[in-house]
Ligand binder design. Structure first.
Ligand code: AMP
Ligand code: MG
Length: 533
């Protein structure tokens, strides 16, 4: 039988337009004067497709008949290359936890190539966990099944929530074990390995620019900036103006996208967990799903990342400030390309303006408000304080608000809101304040209904459209991981369906939308994850 036609059309601009590493051995090293190093994925024992996202396959032009063939698992485990693939690892640096870390690079990611689909859109296909590269430093270039499932499911969950993100085509199990010390406490264990194929228009990070700046390689820096504009920001490439004006417009664009991204994270309760500058996408996409998490009870101080448990640098409420700090590092890196660095300050200012405007609009929408005056601001502020003090589930709280009708029943708020509380004592202590708050909110939102001729049904639909019914809670992802590790991929498959329609209540999948059960409060994987994930 002739092999299945994959349907993929490769056009690899990154490796054809940017200088590569002249050395072709796979030894760990510092790579100078190059944006990438050619590298082959290291074959694995028994590639098996665990799950794939059919809409991502369609997006990149990959035929479903190919996905179902054994060749697909072989290619997306790194055991075979398709004609047109030119695999490489990118060179980048980064600030990790506030400090310059030098060269990092794709230590366990290998881009297979760029495909152009029938609509003319360009997508990079990148394996994560396909073996060592020149950038692997002391690590093995591999990924474990649990973190691969987490990245696969969360990429897709975020996309369907409307949050800018890299996508995921497939997750393939390798048949090989990978040894990990999950909590860096000397208990290294073999775990099943897996490889995700992730997909994005560009995997370029802030760190790709920082590395050339750190090495005073201004020529490479300029070349990479202009390449990025030409390939990934085509709407800017044709603007009038000299190179400096174009680069300035590009930086402003990056600042706006980054603000927009973090507003979405705050809206859905997502905590990235490791906002190092090497994990910041130039396109403002959520990238590098590691020890990320979703807040259950509303708590701005929460981070899922045990590696950051002391400083909590990357906690939920700190994400906007860190995004800005990271943009400052990018501005510093590209400053040598500017005679007039005021343009960079304008970008940073644009970040704050965009963030504030979009955050306020987002918040008003979550509460069902059409306009924002002092009353509305106060009600919003009080709600967050009550959610924190009474330890209320963030996602369930907003869905419950959306379900309130045109008259407020006389039942106490603690009953009306339903099963959204994590601590009975805290709930009881705030019971009266909550009832009072609910009345104030309801009076206000009802005023908006009357002033704008809005029915309750329309208000509810608008609120439900920004307040998800389903988010990929940590304990839910862990259930899928536990089942898959035991050989049953059905929970992964079920979640892949549920996450495609996260704003619609799916009563038959109600068990995936409940508040975090008590057993998951301190369980590894559910509330605690480390960078080794
Ligand atoms: P991360 O915290 O996942 O963003 O990774 C930071 C850096 O460490 C990047 O350069 C990664 O490529 C590298 N890295 C993380 N895990 C591994 C691994 N298992 N093997 C090789 N490099 C890794
Ligand atoms: Mg990373």
């Amino acid at each position: 039988m002739p092999p299945e036609d994959p349907g993929l059309a490769f056009d690899n601009r990154f490796v054809t337009e940017l200088p590569g590493d002249p050395q072709s051995t796979n030894a760990r090293r510092q790579v100078l004067g190059a944006a990438w190093s050619a590298v082959r994925p290291t074959p694995v024992s028994r590639p098996q497709l665990l799950a794939h996202a059919a809409d991502v396959a369609a997006l990149v032009g990959c035929r479903e008949t190919f996905v179902q063939s054994p060749d697909f698992a072989a290619v997306f485990a790194g055991n075979a290359l398709l004609p047109g693939m030119q695999p490489y690892a990118a060179c980048y640096g980064g600030h990790q936890f506030g400090n310059w870390a030098g060269q990092l690079g794709d230590g366990r990611a290998i881009t297979l190539g760029e495909v152009v689909n029938a609509q003319g859109e360009r997508w990079e296909l990148q394996l994560k966990g396909a073996g060592p590269t020149p950038y692997s430093r002391t690590a093995d270039g591999r990924a474990v099944l649990r973190s691969s499932i987490r990245e696969f499911l969360c990429s897709e969950a975020m996309h369907h929530l409307g949050v800018p993100t890299t996508r995921a085509l497939s997750v393939v199990t390798t048949g090989d074990d990978v040894v990990r010390d999950m909590f860096y406490n000397g208990n290294a264990q073999p775990e099943p390995g897996a490889i995700v194929c992730r997909v994005a228009p560009s995997f370029i990070r802030f760190g790709n620019f920082e590395i050339f700046a750190a090495r005073n390689d201004t020529a490479m820096l300029a070349q990479l900036v202009d390449f990025t504009i030409a390939r990934d920001f085509p709407h800017l490439a044709h603007r009038a103006g000299n190179a400096e004006e174009q680069r300035a417009a590009w930086f402003v664009d990056v600042c706006e996208r980054t603000a927009h991204l973090v507003v979405h994270w705050m809206r859905v309760g997502f905590v990235h967990g490791v906002m190092n500058t090497d994990n910041m996408s130039i396109l403002g996409l959520t990238i590098d799903y590691g020890p990320y998490g979703w807040i259950d009870d509303f708590n701005p101080h929460w981070t899922p990342n045990t590696t950051d448990a002391q400083m909590r640098r990357y906690r939920f409420g700190q994400q906007p400030a860190i995004a800005q700090w990271n943009l400052l590092r990018l501005a510093e890196a590209i400053a040598p390309l500017f005679a007039d660095t005021d343009a960079l300050q304008r970008g940073i200012d644009r970040f704050s303006e965009t963030y504030i405007a979009q955050y306020e609009a987002m918040n008003a929408a979550k509460f069902g408000f059409v306009t924002r005056g002092e009353d509305e601001q106060r009600i919003i502020r009080e709600a967050y304080k009550l959610m924190y003090d009474a330890e209320i589930d963030y996602t369930l709280f907003f869905r419950a608000l959306g379900n309130v009708g045109d008259t407020l029943p006389s039942t106490p708020a603690t009953v009306l809101l339903g099963d959204v509380f994590y601590d009975d004592a805290k709930r009881d202590a705030q019971a009266d304040a909550l009832t009072e708050w609910l009345q104030a909110w309801h009076a206000c939102v009802s005023r908006h209904d009357r002033a704008h001729g809005r029915s309750v049904a329309v208000r509810r639909a608008a609120m439900h459209a920004v307040n998800p019914w389903f988010v990929l809670r940590n304990y839910v992802a862990q259930e899928a991981i536990d089942a898959a590790t035991a050989g049953d991929p059905s929970v992964v498959h079920a979640l892949l369906e549920v996450l495609r329609d996260p704003y619609t209540e799916q009563p038959h999948h109600g068990r995936f939308a409940r508040r975090r059960p008590e057993w998951a409060r301190h369980k590894a994987g559910c509330s605690m994850l480390s960078c080794s994930s």
